[in-house]
Design a protein around this ligand. Sequence first.
Ligand code: HEM
Length: 487
Amino acid sequence: MFYIFILVSSNWWQYPYPYDIFAIAASQEKLQKENFIDSYTESTEQSYGHIRLRNCLDPKIGKLGKKVRYGCSKRCHKFRRLDGLCNDYENPASGSLYYRFGRNVPLNATVRDEKNLYNPNPRDISRTLMKREKFIPVTIVNILVAGWVQFMTHDWFDSGKNDRCRHLKVPIRDDDPDFCKTMDIPMTRRDSCRNSKDYDTYQNTVTHWWDASQLYGINKQINRRIRTRKDGKLKLTSKDRLPIDPSTGLPITGNALNWWVGLGIFHVIWTREHNYVCDMLKERNPTWNDKMLYNTARLIIAAVIGKIHTLEWTTAILHNDVAKLGLKSNWYGITPIEIARGNASLAAWLIKRFPQLSSGLPGSIVNRYNMKDTVFEKAESVFEENSMEDLLYTFGNDYPGAMTLHNYPNFLRNLDLPASSPHGKGKIDMATIDILRDRERGIPRYNAFRRLFHLTPITKFEDLTTNPTHAEELRHMYNNDVEKIDF
Ligand code: HEM
């Protein structure tokens, strides 16, 4: 019966309980077999087998052909390394800094379509389909989810500093109020180890592991700046906030990329939590030195973050019983008692750590700020002017925007990047970039992706939306061709 489900499992949510569980399990098996694709091919290994490339930063390719020595010592059995090496003894480079991103569709489907890179024009899509007219909230979650997921993605992946010498040039219409002639977007940085026979490959410039690298950094230079070197602790100011780097106005933490208040809240909370765990460990283990306390606290913090994301965040977003069961069994195994143990909410955890939250402070402080005044170096004044309790209360009570047409935050569609940004100073439209990066990096368009992901393809625009105006707008933008719709 399981194999019948493998054949028909793609739309698992359409089955009644408990068949939906079998269907999702079969779907997972199929995805694991066919959609976890290694971007290191035989050709990669053949051509680099005996050469150590001068500029190749990839820990796997750079060392192929040599006796592989990653320096995995006994110490690594216990603690995480900053570069993410040695977590997997079968493949010590796996998931480490600069290890290639895999793909989740076959490699031959990831070729950039140069001819249609600007078709339809991504800035037109931003202006006509994505521009926010009136804020449309999503009411099943609060705005903490946005800060949290960005906090997570900064742990898992980063395509790194864009290439300042190669640009994508998006044609701009004469009536565009914000840009002139072309919008020049620096291309994604090249994979420093890609060979000419490889498909389009990209490197991760942070560790792939769920190791809280956004807090602890990915190299010694960053790590040295954030640690006090006393009792395992991380640096906080006398006001229990992150110290600020005067040269950028940004906080000193593992990764301050694309900083704003929602992201900052989690960096502060988890830095405080790290220090709290250090105190607890020291009390129970008075002989432990700074290194031992720091490394053990890091293990605990990374695990608790993973647990909250699996059991609290994802179950709030994927709000259905099968997804909840699956996520809980990922953590606790499949016994009912264990599953029942995973029902504490993130809100309850926050209230326990910040009892003031339950007192019901009036009003929303976010209303006093324009979003553009809460990003990058400006975020610190929001922390200075408001207590952490007020910020959490506000973020816990406000809705984020729904992911739907005509609801992209307008400040992000006309965003001024500061000089400190690794993406380079200048004005950008994130909605245009969102569309263009997928095309640049060879992500198949929506319907092709559905097929490759074993989902039924759509046949008409009305399959995407029940709103006839939206269907018509999409049809017009994509020239009546559902195959052109972006991912
Ligand atoms: C004020 C808030 C934010 C700002 C100013 C911001 C800014 C940026 C910028 C400038 C980029 C690089 C664009 C490029 O490719 O050239 C970027 C990438 C990205 N952002 Fe954000 N962002 C914000 C919030 C978020 C949130 C809430 C998420 C949640 C998932 C997020 C996820 C991402 C991801 C996944 C990338 C692509 C990373 C990569 O490919 O390396 N961002 N963001």
